[in-house]
Design a protein around this ligand. Structure first.
Ligand code: ATR
Length: 285
């Protein structure tokens, strides 16, 4: 009899709304298995009015949790400690529960940067056009500015982009500006980053940018991982851009969250093996 879930199983979860399509349980449970830990990861659909109650229950029973839309910023006020990196980027996606205390971290930025390492790209001091101004944009901009990049933000809701600019301007070595129309585009950028949801399943026929502009970029990085090649990336490939999707970010933010919970890292070859397996699993879905 193979009974892997018992009363000793250490539990972790994802809080968000909606969460039912998340593949984080597949990734986190694979990492726990690779570490040989008796732990399990589930999802809990948590509307905003249930967040506080759910966290009270978790505090007594779980080892930690991830937070996704729409709680990444609001959760900060309920935590006992927020680490410096999460405070800098103004959002938390990982909480460790330690003797009843809630400790907040942000691993999205780490995942975001690992994608460049996977493609052997040095992004420091590059010119970036970043589309979107939500939670993912926040984590990305914070990292890019620390790398000395010149970031231009463009977003459907101009005010949200402007708020991010005001929040981050002058905090790091990089610079940040906002544009409100395609007419304001420069002739050349090193990298285009899409942090919007445009092109995500099931709206796979959409792209956030007219393909006529794509020859202005060397690299096009779409944070979407479903589908694994968005319309944006297909069109960017046709313009000979280097393309990157959102899977490395998704995977490595999870690896880092798991390290924070377990105080345990997987050896490099085991991480790469898991990466290949999960990328394959996602493509076959
Ligand atoms: P995430 O945490 O994944 O970044 P989010 O915080 O909801 O998600 O942010 C999504 C971003 O995608 C926002 O910048 C949003 O634009 P608004 O600020 O105007 O809401 C952008 N976005 C979502 N759907 C979009 C669409 N159809 N067209 C353009 N931008 C879109």
């Amino acid at each position: 009899m193979d009974i892997s879930l018992t009363s000793k199983t250490k539990l972790y979860t994802l809080l968000g709304c909606p969460v039912e399509h998340s593949i984080s349980p597949v990734i986190q449970n694979s990492i726990f298995a690779a570490k040989g830990l008796a732990s399990a990861y589930i999802v809990l659909n948590t509307p905003p009015d249930k967040l506080l109650h759910t966290m009270t229950v978790l505090k007594e029973n779980f080892g930690g949790f991830n937070i996704t839309l729409p709680h990444k910023q609001t959760i900060m006020e309920y935590l006992d400690v927020v680490d410096a990196n999460a405070r800098l980027c103004g959002a938390v996606n990982t909480v460790r529960i330690d003797h009843g205390k809630l400790l907040g971290f942000n691993t999205d930025g780490y995942g975001f940067m690992q994608a460049f390492s996977c493609h052997q790209i040095d992004i420091a001091h590059k010119r970036i056009l970043l589309l979107g101004a939500g939670g993912a944009a926040r984590a990305a901009i914070c990292q890019l500015l620390q790398q000395g990049c010149q970031v231009t933000i463009m977003n459907r809701t101009w005010e949200k982009a402007k708020r991010l600019e005001q929040e981050f301007a002058g905090k790091f070595s990089g610079s940040v500006t906002v544009i409100s129309s395609w007419r304001e585009l420069q002739n050349r950028y090193d990298c285009l980053i899409n942090t919007t949801l445009v092109g995500m399943y099931p709206h796979t026929d959409k792209s956030p940018i007219d393909p006529q502009y794509l020859n202005r970029f060397d690299i096009v990085y779409d944070l979407i991982y479903n589908p694994d090649e968005t319309k944006l990336l297909q069109e960017a490939k046709r313009c000979d851009c280097t393309t990157m999707n959102g899977f490395p970010m998704l995977f490595y933010q999870a690896v880092e969250a798991n390290r924070i919970w377990t105080d345990q890292s997987l050896p490099g070859p085991a991480v790469r093996n898991l990466y290949e397996k999960l990328a394959h699993y996602l493509q076959k879905r």
